[in-house]
Design a protein around this ligand. Structure first.
Ligand SMILES: Nc1ncnc2c1ncn2[C@@H]1O[C@H](COP(=O)(O)OP(=O)(O)OP(=O)(O)O)[C@@H](O)[C@H]1O
Length: 825
């Protein structure tokens, strides 16, 4: 860049223009004259054709004028072109030469810019159009022409030549630049400036010819009839004047041609010199342009490099700024952390202070605790000593427990013996008497409850219905007295008193639990391995079923559920004493001397099933074939069995009406026990942790029979309307047979026990009932008969019969009961 001014100063415009202008002007002039001469020749030919007049002088003048004009244009062009090129180099700076030339050309065409009209253009005076004068010849003014040309070329004594500006040239040539401030040369358009003068001259010449011809023709046409000779004379005069003028011009032009030729020679030598200078200038310009290109390339390179560096610096700057921001953020965070750390440190200091105080306190407490610990250790040692002593004591006591258990076992055996002795002393067959209360159902239909107004009246009626009974033994409850009055044959009232004594008499107000309290001893005997048989004897409606089965509530539960409950309870108690028990139950009915299974799950009784009674003399065990035997695991299970049996009896009752009153039902509870010892069985929970007592293997099997006998009445009072005579007779015979057989068996047992006659035979086989209860009625069993009595006076006779039968049984000595047991040892 710094070298550019130097280039501009070394090539000033004015210097190059002053050197080139003369040579260019002469060269342009020669070329222009050559071309112009050809054009003039052509125009002269045209004029000669139209006028048929040959005028060499005029031809020469026209050719010279046009050549001069063209040379002037060429000079103008050359003079304008050189400064333009130099100006382009100096002014454009970095612009390339070729490009500058192109721009200059277009600008010259438009007549604008540095290549506008040159200063020489205004010097070309236009001295009017040839159209006006018609004969005016264009002249070149020497004063104007001298500018821009070498003085040597203009110093000729050539007459002033006035270049008449034609209308065509004036309108087509561009006007002088209005920007006047520009000092560059104005280029005259070459194309338009070259031809119009000659064309104008030719046109003028041709116009003159045509004018002459038209004038001649018009004058000849108009004057011919009048003065043709005058016209011809006028024309000849004009021709003469024209010829004189032409000759003068020819002479002048010849002189000028000579001077022009010498100028041409001089100009050619100048042209050669200028060509050399031009070549040198071009090479210099080329070098400068190369340098410029090189500098421009270097400049571009430097600019790119600079731009790259600037960009890198900007990136670096942004990176530094970002790092600065990050550093500032880190600094802020670090300050925050530092503040927090300071506060934490403060807090820790205060905590440390507190901890130090706490440490002192704890140290003091620790010392105290150590002292306390040593005390506790001493105490612990003392306690350990005590524990050891207590362990020894426990061991001693455990030994005592084992010893006591053995004593319990032995005492249990003794208890059983004593219990059995007590029962034997009481008698192996005992009789209880129970009188049921008067029920609302006992009231006559004429005195139903609804009709009875008050409780007292009801009680009064009940008292009136009662038989005259008394229970004089208020201490032992063993006596019942019945009073009856009858008329004798003489008509006198005969009062009779019947006193009966039994093992226990239960008044109407007695409860189920009071009755069972006496019976429970027999249940205990059953668990101990004795066969027990409990009868409920009495007329229909006397309360046999109530006594044996009872009601649905716990308070009204009968002997069967209570006995079962007690058996389970005692069996559980005996478990801790080394005894394991298995309990089974069966429930059958004897009706018309045939056995029916009341626990069968079939809906109807199978007549094909014949239940037979079998006795095992070795085990003294009685079994009934095809009878359902249910293992019992809980007392509540018995209630379900009783309900099932009741259901089957109800089904049978629909067929035979009140069959329960006309049949014997026997519930048998079979209890099998074994002395397995303690700890030998996982189910013996109480033995865990205690010393194991080996089982003796002793077994026992008891059988508890709870019998609800058929109604003992011998009259047909309770038979229903649906019972046929034959059935009635058969039922009555069966009941009488079985009950009398029972009485016979008891009587036979009594006789054998007392050593009387017929002691050898016991008629068990006379009825199914006695045969079934053979082992429970023999001397090896305990038998209890509960006599149920109706309290009603209407049933007094039957009550007396029952009391007499019971007394007979009660007076029987069956013998000594035997325990059914085996000992492995
Ligand atoms: N001690 C009593 N206390 C209250 N009610 C009783 C008592 N004894 C019996 N009964 C009632 O008397 C009625 C007859 O009793 P139950 O059916 O037991 O007589 P039964 O002798 O068994 O007659 P059947 O021989 O016809 O079976 C029943 O309604 C019963 O509830």
């Amino acid at each position: 860049m710094s070298r550019l001014p130097r280039l501009r100063s070394s090539s000033p415009d004015h210097h190059l223009t002053s050197e080139l202008a003369p040579a260019l002007a002469s060269a342009a002039y020669v070329n222009t004259r050559k071309r112009k001469s050809n054009i003039i020749d052509e125009e002269e030919d045209d004029e000669n054709d139209s006028l048929n007049i040959t005028n060499p002088a005029h031809s020469t003048n026209s050719k010279d004028d046009s050549n001069y004009s063209e040379a002037q244009d060429k000079l103008t062009e050359l003079g304008a072109e050189r400064p333009r090129k130099v100006a382009a180099i100096g002014g454009a700076g970095s612009s390339r030469p070729t490009r500058a030339r192109t721009v200059s050309t277009s600008a010259a065409t438009k007549g604008k810019g540095p290549l506008g009209p040159s200063k020489t253009a205004p010097n070309l005076n236009s001295s009017g159009s040839s159209d006006k004068g018609g004969t005016k010849v264009p002249t070149l003014s020497s004063s104007n022409f001298g500018k821009g040309l070498p003085k040597s070329a203009l110093s000729t004594s050539r007459p002033p030549l006035t270049l008449s500006k034609s209308t065509t040239r004036g309108t087509s040539a561009p006007p002088p630049s209005s920007s006047g401030g520009r000092s560059g040369p104005v280029r005259v358009p070459v194309t338009t400036a070259r031809k119009p003068p000659s064309t104008s001259a030719a046109t003028t010449t041709r116009g003159v010819g045509r004018t002459l011809r038209s004038t001649a023709s018009s004058s000849s046409s108009s004057a011919r009839p009048t003065k043709p000779a005058d016209k011809l004379t006028t024309i000849q005069e004009q021709l003469a004047s024209l010829e004189a003028a032409r000759q003068a011009d020819s002479a002048r032009l010849a002189q000028e041609m000579a001077s022009e030729r010498s100028k041409l020679t001089e100009l050619q030598s100048h042209q050669v010199a200028l060509s050399k200078q031009l070549t040198e200038a071009k090479s210099l310009e080329l070098n400068h342009r190369r340098e410029l290109i090189t500098y421009a390339d270097e400049l571009d390179e430097m600019r790119k490099k600079h731009k790259t560096e600037v960009m890198e610096l900007e990136i670096e700057l942004r990176r530094r700024e970002r790092e600065a921001r990050e550093s500032a953020e880190d600094l802020r965070v670090t300050r925050g952390d530092l503040d927090r750390e300071r506060s934490t440190t403060e807090h820790l200091r205060s905590t440390l202070h507190t901890q130090a105080q706490t440490h002192l306190t704890l140290t003091a407490e620790n010392a105290a605790l150590k002292a306390q610990l040593s005390n506790l250790q001493r105490e612990l040692e003392k306690r350990d000593e005590e524990v050891r002593e207590m362990k020894l004591e426990v061991e001693e006591k455990e030994k005592r427990v084992v010893q006591m258990k053995k004593e319990v076992f032995e005492s249990e055996t003794i208890r059983r013996k004593l219990h059995n002795m007590v029962l034997e002393l009481k008698g192996n067959i005992r009789v209880f008497c129970r009188v049921r209360p008067v029920l609302s159902s006992d009231l006559p239909s004429t005195a139903s409850i609804e009709e009875v107004e008050g409780e007292e009246e009801l009680e009064t009626i009940k008292e009136e219905m009662k038989a005259n009974m008394a229970f004089p033994d208020k201490r032992d409850h063993k006596e019942i007295v019945l009073y009856s009055s009858s008329e004798s044959a003489m008509g006198n009232e005969r009062k009779e008193v019947y006193s009966f004594g039994f093992d226990r008499v239960f008044e109407p107000a007695s409860t189920q639990s009071e009755v069972f309290e006496e019976i429970s001893q027999l249940a205990q005997s059953c668990i101990d391995g004795y066969n027990v048989c409990i009868f409920a004897y009495g007329q229909t409606g006397s309360g046999k079923s109530f006594t044996m089965e009872g009601g649905n509530t716990d308070s009204t539960a009968g002997m069967i559920p209570r006995a079962v409950e007690q058996v389970f309870r005692v069996a559980e108690e005996m478990r801790s004493k080394g005894w394991e028990y298995k309990i089974e139950g069966q429930f059958l009915e004897i009706y018309n001397e045939s056995i029916h299974d009341l626990l069968s799950t079939s809906t109807s009784s199978d007549p094909s099933k014949k239940h037979e009674i079998k006795h095992d003399p070795k085990t003294s065990r009685t079994t009934v074939t095809d009878l359902t035997v249910v293992p019992l695991t809980s007392p509540s299970q018995v209630k379900l069995l009783l309900a099932r049996a009741q259901k089957r009896r109800s089904v049978a009752a629909t067929l035979m009406n009140e069959r329960s009153s006309r049949s014997h039902s026997v519930f048998t509870l079979r209890i099998s026990g074994m002395m397995v010892g303690t700890g030998s069985s996982p189910s013996n929970a109480e033995a865990e942790g205690s010393e194991v007592i080996a089982g003796t293997g002793e077994t026992c099997e008891g059988c508890l029979n709870l019998v609800d006998l058929a109604g003992s009445e011998r009259l047909n009072v309770s038979f229903g309307p649906g019972v046929t005579e034959k059935e009635r007779v058969k039922e009555t015979q069966s009941i009488n047979k079985s009950l009398s057989a029972l009485g016979d068996v008891i009587a036979a047992l009594g006789e054998r026990g007392s050593g009387g006659i017929g002691s050898g035979h016991i008629p068990y086989r006379n009825s199914k009932l006695t045969y079934l209860l053979q082992n429970s009625l023999s001397g090896s069993s305990k038998t209890l008969m509960v006599l149920n009595l109706s309290p009603l006076a209407a049933h007094l006779s039957e009550s007396l019969t029952s009391l007499r039968f019971a007394t007979k049984v009660n007076n029987t000595q069956i013998g000594t009961a035997k325990k059914v047991s085996k000992t492995n040892s």
